[in-house]
Structures are given as structure tokens and as C-alpha cells.
Write a protein that binds this ligand. Structure first.
Ligand code: HEM
Length: 162
């Protein structure tokens, strides 16, 4: 099955048809999507600013991450679930939409950047947990901030191009 064939099947699912025909389901899921993503992007931005050495300098990086990450992951689960429901209602339109494709690519790159940070850069965090982090951590923080700003901007742009 082609990717286009798959999104056509998704769009014909009963829940997807129900969301597309309902006067309130799409706005409801989009509202929850926006509320959840503000918590995702807000908590990620706090951690990235700490990695850049410009925010929360009085807190150890590991302590800040320990208190933020549970919020980030819970809010991400809610944002992604609502995003998939919104997507299903007009799957073919979104699949062919350039801002949507850029947003999904940036989500993938943000995940890759996070994986490299946690798997490699964070390994010797004990040597830089207080004060200004090393270059690798600052680059990871800066890249993450740039990617999440792009995700929000392209997410907003979708509505103007569909
Ligand atoms: C946490 C990560 C995400 C962020 C930060 C994000 C951000 C956004 C933003 C800012 C909007 C515009 C909301 C508005 O203006 O009302 C949006 C809309 C949308 N997002 Fe996401 N999103 C995320 C994850 C996802 C995922 C995983 C999907 C689906 C696979 C998705 C699908 C959509 C769709 C379909 C819309 C509606 C576009 C429209 O107005 O027609 N999002 N997103």
C-alpha cells in the first residue's frame, strides 16, 4: 500500500469521519492540542535555556530536567494523540500539505537531537551539572529551541494553507 493509500484508509475510519462532520469535535481536539503543546514547548524551552546557560543558572541541569521531563512527556502524549485525531479527519489534505510535512520532519529532528543529547552528551553531566554547560550541550539546547519554534510556526501555518 502506498503512503497516499494509507492516509485515504485513515480518513475513511468512522472516528475520522465523525470528527470531520462534527461542528465541535475538531475545535475541541485542536484546543486540547494547543493547550498540551504549550506545556511541551514551555517545559522544553526552560531546559534548553538552562543548557544555553541563560536561564535557571542557580539550578543543576539534572535537577531541572528531573522536575520538567515528566510534564514534557505527559503533555507530548496528549498533544500527539490530539494531533493524530486532527490529522485523521483530513488525512489526505494534511499528507499533501507542505507546512505539515515540514512540521513532521522537525518533530523527527527534535527527537533525534534529544536522543543524541541523552545518549552521548549527558553521559558526563556530573562534570558540568552546575554553571555553564559544555559546547555540545549548548548546541543541543540551541538546536532544540530552533526546531520547536519551527514546529509551532509550521503548525500554525497549516491552518492557513488547507
Ligand atoms: C508536541 C508536538 C506538536 C506541536 C508543538 C504542535 C504544534 C501545533 C500548532 C501550533 C498548531 C496550530 C494550532 C492552531 O493554530 O490552532 C497545530 C495544529 C495541528 N497539528 Fe500539531 N503539533 C504537535 C504535534 C502534532 C502531531 C504529532 C500531529 C499529527 C500527526 C499534529 C497535527 C496537527 C494538525 C492536523 C493540526 C491542525 C491544523 C489545522 O488547523 O488545520 N501535531 N499543531
Amino acid at each position: 500500500m502506498t503512503a497516499l493509500g494509507l492516509v485515504q484508509v485513515i480518513q475513511q475510519q468512522p472516528y475520522a469521519v465523525a470528527i470531520s462532520r462534527s461542528p465541535w469535535l475538531f475545535p475541541f481536539f485542536e484546543t486540547v492540542h494547543v493547550l498540551a503543546l504549550t506545556l511541551v514547548v514551555g517545559s522544553v524551552a526552560m531546559m534548553d535555556l538552562r543548557l544555553l546557560g541563560v536561564g535557571h543558572r542557580d539550578r543543576r541541569v539534572s535537577e531541572l530536567m528531573g522536575s520538567m521531563l515528566p510534564w514534557t512527556w505527559s503533555a507530548f502524549a496528549v498533544a500527539a494523540t490530539c494531533g493524530l485525531l486532527l490529522f485523521s479527519s483530513r488525512a489526505v489534505t494534511y499528507y499533501e500539505n507542505i507546512p505539515f510535512r515540514i512540521k513532521m520532519c522537525c518533530l523527527g529532528l527534535a527527537a533525534l537531537n534529544m536522543l543524541i543529547f541523552h545518549a552521548i552528551i549527558e553521559r558526563d553531566i556530573a562534570t558540568w551539572d552546575e554553571g555553564t554547560p559544555p559546547l555540545g550541550a549548548r548546541v543541543a539546547g540551541g538546536l532544540s529551541l530552533l526546531l520547536w519554534i519551527t514546529i509551532v510556526a509550521t503548525g500554525r501555518w497549516i491552518g492557513f494553507t488547507t
